[in-house]
Design a protein. Sequence first.
Length: 186
Amino acid sequence: MRDSPVPLAPLVSGAEQGDAGALDQLFAALYNELHRLAEAQLNRNGRNLTLGATTLLHEAYLDISRREALAFPERNRFFAYASRAMRGLIIDYVRTRGALKRGGEITFAEYDAARAGGADAARDLEALDVALQELAVLEPALAELVDLKFFCGFSFLEIAALRGVSERTVQRQWATARTLLHRFLT
């Protein structure tokens, strides 16, 4: 499991109480893991985007730092929240880019067959986001599991350790989450 040498509990507690300095220190302590998370988000969701992992990470930090009364009782909740923030930023970016392509800003470019599927990918990403929001209403723990596994890239073993359950339990929950997401998507 990924561990940080900096004790996170006091930083999380300070960030929850609105201490901007604690939030800054928490961000710095987890920067490498958050950068890996941003890269994973872009690899899974935005292969054809011109958005970089560092930009996504910093935008997510700005988004998180503007929020009031955030509660991260444990490390996995912080990563799940950061993952959702990054996913939301990617979706907003894709939507804005799609609006610009539909005439918001007229440009001429050569046809690129590899990027032609971008509209389908954007629709798929938006559909997945809606399905995850529906799952979060029905089963918040399963939605968090999807964020940790699919978007954060944690293994079943790491998630089991974070949640204090067996790896097999996490695998069963993952199967349930996938089934529900599939229903929401069809």
